[in-house]
Design a binder for this molecule. Structure first.
Ligand code: ADP
Ligand code: MG
Length: 452
């Protein structure tokens, strides 16, 4: 670039930054390059063709203004798409020669990607709150390691960060089956690091991460206060970055707001693109509900969908939870059409807190649980152990301990003379299962509500 071209471009970028809004600037303007200005035509390179429309609609008058300022002439724009130079450097992404393929297939087995295969772009509903994040993820998927590296996505709980992170991984894996992709939560990263330190297997740990093609790391706010892990992560980041390997990070807050995160990491995280996700607006919530209820075999009244979209308004995970409740209540009541009343009822059952310990007879719990799982009280007390009976029995024991103040010995007696350790075992087992299985905890809460 000549000094004058440079001056032109800098002035244009300054104007764009102040007029276009941070996200648009970061995502649409900053990655562009001025190749040259010849015969009053500025040739501008964009890294994705969908961006051209935005430039035509929003930036051409700024180019004109800048042109008059610097050259005292009208400058018109000509766009070229793609980054040839960097494309060429990225060919080591997926090795294609037969030799390296075998090597990498072996490596692949050593690197289970850990992706959640149910999270895709196709089942992620776009709306105002997440459109920048989605575009950035799509662009990243297009050219891993090139378009945005690192890509940092942040936003509140239940807004789809984990979903998008996995969608990026699944899409890259689809395009590049041999790429070494790893999805990992920061918690697991910390655990693996600590374990490697303790067992003296740091070399393996480093090798695993430094050889990745794509690292998708979730919830990096958990790096806060973990100095030695931060240092190790910093090194991995640098090695991957130098090799142009893609890094995507998520967090519940912006890099700067993560307390006790080393400055050098904050700087790295902000190096390329930072986008945030905000809660979905009403239309998006309706679209999400409509998409998710397709799998159900009952129909929703339009009012009921809108009612739900109004009741649960800040978190998609809660929206999904409410839908599960609705599903359950509809099944219990054998309803075919979901009405506003049914939605209201399901939401109520979800928000009522834990019951107080009161005098609920154990027999009543056994009866209610029996009814729910279609078994008799006698069977619950028996020593028979087929699957469905065992679960019903354990749930009843769990509730007896949770909802009454009987001792474990007394509870054991009421369940066909079992001993207190069996009671404790059943109680802990259900408690753990509930933590991992939403539908089980919904079932149990429904039974609980009936007993109150
Ligand atoms: P976060 O990681 O931001 O806390 P998740 O990615 O775990 O949120 O999202 C919570 C749930 O909501 C997931 O089941 C996800 O599939 C769903 N979800 C979030 N946003 C959307 C969306 N825009 N469209 C469809 N599903 C979504
Ligand atoms: Mg998450």
């Amino acid at each position: 670039m000549t000094p004058q071209e440079q001056q032109f471009w800098q002035r244009f970028l300054d104007l764009a930054e102040t007029t276009q809004g941070q996200n648009a600037y970061q995502f649409l303007v900053k990655p562009a390059k001025l190749l040259h200005i010849k015969a009053n035509i500025a040739t501008i390179q964009l890294d994705a063709d969908f961006k051209q429309l935005y430039w035509q609609m929003n930036l051409e008058n700024l180019l004109t203004t800048t042109g008059y300022e610097i050259f005292d002439q009208e400058i018109k724009a000509h766009y070229v798409i793609g980054r040839q130079d960097e494309l060429e450097q990225s060919t080591d992404m997926a090795p294609t020669s037969p030799d390296t393929q075998t090597v990498n297939r072996e490596n692949l087995q050593a690197f289970p990607s850990n992706l959640n295969s149910s999270y895709h772009f196709s089942n992620f509903i776009q709306g105002k709150g997440n459109e920048w994040a989605v575009s950035a993820c799509l662009a990243t998927t297009d050219k891993p390691g090139i378009n945005y590296n690192p890509l940092f996505i942040w936003g509140g709980p239940g807004l789809g960060k984990t979903h998008l992170l996995n969608a990026v991984g699944n899409a890259i894996q689809h395009d590049e089956p041999l790429a070494r992709i790893l999805y990992i939560t920061t918690e697991n990263f910390v655990n693996e690091f600590v374990t490697a330190t303790r067992l003296g297997t740091m070399d393996d740990f480093r090798e695993k991460f430094r050889n990745l093609d794509v690292l998708l790391i979730d919830d990096v706010q958990f790096l806060a206060n973990k100095e030695s892990t931060q240092e190790e992560f910093f090194n991995i980041f640098n090695v991957m970055f130098d090799k142009k390997k893609q890094i995507v990070l998520t967090s519940d807050r912006a890099p700067k707001s993560i307390e006790a995160l080393a400055d050098r990491l904050v700087t790295r995280f902000e190096w390329d693109l930072t986008v945030d996700i905000t809660p979905p607006d009403f239309e998006t919530r309706v679209a999400i509900i409509e998409d998710k209820i397709q799998q159900y075999d009952f129909s929703f009244q339009k009012d009921a969908i809108e009612y739900l979209a109004n009741q649960v308004d800040s978190n998609v995970r809660d929206l999904e939870g409410a839908l599960k409740n609705i599903h359950l209540v509809a099944n219990l009541e054998q309803a075919k059409l979901i009405t506003v009343e049914l939605v209201a009822k399901a939401i109520r059952s979800r928000t009522t807190g834990a019951p107080k310990i009161n005098v609920i007879p154990i027999e009543a719990i056994q009866e209610e649980v029996g009814k729910f799982y279609g078994v008799t009280v006698k069977e619950i007390k028996s020593t028979k152990r087929p699957q469905n009976l065992a679960l019903a029995r354990q749930v009843a024991i769990y509730l007896a301990r949770e909802m009454t103040d009987n001792s474990t010995t007394k509870i054991g007696k009421e369940f066909g003379g079992r001993d207190h350790s069996t009671v404790l075992h059943a109680y802990n087992k259900i408690k753990n299962m509930m933590a991992q299985d939403d539908s089980l905890s919904i079932e149990i809460n429904t039974i609980k509500n009936k007993l109150k």
